[in-house]
Design a protein around this ligand. Structure first.
Ligand SMILES: CC(=O)SCCNC(=O)CCNC(=O)[C@H](O)C(C)(C)COP(=O)(O)OP(=O)(O)OC[C@H]1O[C@@H](n2cnc3c(N)ncnc32)[C@H](O)[C@@H]1OP(=O)(O)O
Ligand SMILES: CC(C)C(=O)C(=O)O
Length: 391
């Protein structure tokens, strides 16, 4: 149950693409063994689908698909393929057809048709028909039509691609804001429109990029407009500015899912451990204020906040650290006040001593140099040694 006691009615499917879109960005390369380790950790969070990679792109990605497809027991796994025979056959050969979603990326905008592919609309539709039909003929039942750059495609093109894909057997449609150019109102409208074109049993999935910092807001607007699934990555890693961060999506749906009539069944307590593993594997250090995972997000140094939080953490904390595998930390530096000292006196069972308190405040808090801070445990040690020395 949500901490707010309110929950939406639609379970949102979570599609994790840390190992594919996340991995393709500079600095994020992962060996097959690393993908296996991460896939198992991500599966344990209760993610629905894990995109393992792009099997025809390299022997390493092919090996990863083989390893991961044999190891996962609850999540489905997904491979990315272009709309061509070689990519689709490689995916099916390495990953089989059981619990395997093949996401076939088709050209979702006139802009990409002209400037990237050099193909006509007729060629685009023919390629889509061929590719989805091929996957179906190879026995794939879980076929995703990935509309790359859909957010810049015309309605006419998108509708034709979707009709073609569905008539050939696609079971999921992915709307991608590939360049992250949309704002939530636009992406929500687009999602609602596409939702109205497709039957309710076709999964509508969204894939957003963070070029303007809107990937989460866009994904939420899509959920509100009827998307069934969100593609996300741990810590938001991915091409350029990255993708919708899984942990932020989970946080919003935990606390505010009812406003989107949505919920997920993710185990949010395991998210931070998965992030730590990812961070060790690819050397990722997020900014200290990064939501959910940053070093500072459950720590405070500021006296006014601490005075409130020591009475009741809800004064300055909405997101609860324990729900996300994190710990609350009160730190002591020159921005702190006397409340933390009072707390330490209390913890040691000592009555508050105004004179000693003021002395410790001046020596150990107010005059602490910029950027320097200690823990409450260290402050406790200072107080107990001071008291012991005075006896
Ligand atoms: C939006 C995304 O994130 S899509 C995923 C992007 N990820 C990656 O590109 C990482 C993995 N990619 C790779 O390892 C390589 O690009 C490979 C192995 C897939 C292909 O390498 P190459 O054959 O040398 O092609 P290259 O990468 O230079 O160009 C891509 C080709 O794919 C074609 N292509 C792009 N999208 C599609 C599509 N949806 N369907 C079919 N072909 C496509 C391009 O037109 C281009 O072919 P062309 O030069 O004949 O026009
Ligand atoms: C494959 C697609 C969904 C993609 O990654 C994108 O368009 O950004």
């Amino acid at each position: 149950m949500s901490p707010t006691g309110k929950r939406g009615s639609r379970r949102i499917s979570v599609f994790d693409t840390t190992l594919r879109d996340g991995e393709q960005a500079p600095g994020n390369a992962m060996s097959a063994q690393t993908k296996l380790e991460l896939a198992l950790a991500i599966e344990a969070l209760g993610v629905d689908v894990i995109e393992v990679g792009f099997p025809n792109s390299s022997p390493s990605d092919l090996a990863a698909l083989r390893l991961v497809s044999e190891a996962l027991t609850t999540a489905r796994f997904c491979s990315l393929a272009r709309a061509n025979r070689a990519d689709i056959e490689a995916a099916v050969t390495a990953g089989g057809t059981e619990r395997h979603q093949v996401e076939i990326m088709v050209t979702g905008s006139e802009l990409h048709m002209e400037h990237k592919r050099g193909i006509t609309r007729a060629e685009n539709l023919a390629e889509t028909e061929f590719a989805i039909g091929l996957a179906r003929s190879l026995g794939v039942r879980d076929i995703s039509l990935g509309l790359e750059d859909a957010s810049r495609g015309s309605d006419d093109l998108l509708r034709a691609l979707i009709e073609t894909g569905l008539s050939e057997g696609a079971t999921t449609v992915v709307l991608a804001d590939t360049t992250g150019h949309m704002v939530p109102a636009e992406f929500g409208d687009m999602t609602a429109k596409v939702r109205s074109w497709i039957p309710s049993d076709v999964v509508l999935s969204v894939h957003c990029h963070d070029d303007m910092g809107l990937s989460l807001a866009n994904a939420l607007a899509a959920v509100e407009a009827g998307a069934d699934e969100v593609q996300a990555t741990v810590a938001g890693i991915g091409e350029r500015a990255g993708n919708t961060p899984l942990e932020e999506l989970a946080t919003v749906l935990t606390y505010k899912g009812h406003l989107y009539d949505a919920y997920t069944t993710l185990d949010t307590t395991g998210l931070y451990e998965v992030f730590q593993t990812l961070s060790r594997k690819i050397g990722l250090a997020p900014p200290r204020n990064k939501a959910v995972f940053g070093d500072n997000v459950f720590s405070t140094l500021a006296g006014i906040h601490q005075a409130g939080m020591l009475r009741n953490p809800i004064t300055y904390e909405y997101v609860e650290p324990e729900r996300f595998g994190r710990e609350r930390k009160i730190l002591v530096g020159r921005h702190s006040g006397r409340a933390v000292l009072r707390h330490v006196f209390d913890e040691l069972g000592l009555p508050w001593d105004q004179e000693l308190g003021q002395k410790l405040y001046e020596e150990h808090i107010a005059s602490r140099s910029d950027g320097d801070f200690i823990s409450v445990a260290e402050l406790k040690h200072v107080l107990s040694t001071t008291v012991a020395a005075a006896i």
